[in-house]
Design a binder for this molecule. Structure first.
Ligand code: DU
Ligand code: SF4
Length: 229
């Protein structure tokens, strides 16, 4: 399949009963007051960005009133404000803001995916939900790696993204260093594909308000790790 086909298929996935119920509840009766007049997407979030990107950014999961509302990765929430502003500073995004589909935003050289594609209650997917959704991430890595440009690097936002990227690499038969590389801000490891090509995996603290409001993740810290991609 192509990237577009995988995106189309993931956008109608209903494999996780708890997440299907939550994403649809938030989208109907549970809308945030400030968005109550808006239609909500209420489905899984497909990948977004350059379909032939050499770099993938691996997030955690859609935000209930962000991607679950707008249908686009990191769009319409504070995490996205941080991420896209940084991608714009680095020259990868056509504009610093990501408001909604149709706002003119495009990414160059970067595609954004996530460990889990449906908004989880309290932003916490279960172990089973992470395992169920992992097949979609496998396809993203596989397709990107097989594209003419190839996959050169991944940036995992947070430890769930990091573990998901390592899991996908293992399932695809890529060599992952042992012991398992540890997540941290600025962590880096190298994954080796069966043809010998190298995919770098970098880690960054997640761009969630928990980290950006408290100063655990600063703009400089994020810019530095994006520059290394
Ligand atoms: O229509 P399309 O060119 O296949 O683009 C689909 C979707 O992907 C669009 O919302 C922009 C985004 N995109 C991008 O961000 N960067 C690219 O290089 C190509 C497409
Ligand atoms: Fe499907 Fe993933 Fe959503 Fe589960 S989290 S329903 S596997 S898209």
């Amino acid at each position: 399949p192509s990237v577009a086909e995988v995106d189309a298929r993931v956008s109608v996935c209903r494999a996780c009963p708890r997440l299907v119920a939550w994403r649809e509840e938030v989208a109907t009766t549970g809308r945030r007051a400030s968005f109550v007049e808006q239609p909500y997407w209420g489905r899984p979030g497909p990948s977004f960005g350059d379909p032939e990107a050499p770099v993938l950014i691996v997030g955690l999961a859609p935000a209930a009133n962000g991607t679950n509302r707008t249908g686009r990765m990191f769009t319409g929430d504070r995490s996205g404000d941080w991420l896209y502003a940084a991608l714009f500073r680095a020259g990868h995004a056509s504009q610093p803001t990501s408001v909604a589909a149709g706002d003119g935003l495009s990414l160059k050289g970067i595609r954004i995916v996530a460990a889990v594609r449906c908004a989880p209650p309290a932003n916490r997917p279960t172990t089973e939900e992470k395992a169920t959704c992992s097949g979609w991430l496998d396809r993203d890595l596989e397709l990107t790696a097989a594209a003419p440009t190839g996959l050169r690097a991944m940036l995992a936002l947070g430890s769930i993204g990091w573990d998901a990227a390592l899991g996908a690499a293992r399932r695809l038969g890529w060599q992952v260093p042992r012991p398992k590389p540890r997540f941290g801000h600025g962590a880096e490891t190298m994954l080796t594909r069966p043809d010998g090509s190298i995919v770098r995996l970098l880690g960054s603290y997640h761009v969630s308000q928990q980290n950006t409001f408290t100063g655990k993740l600063t703009e400089t810290m994020l810019d530095e790790v994006i520059a290394r991609l």
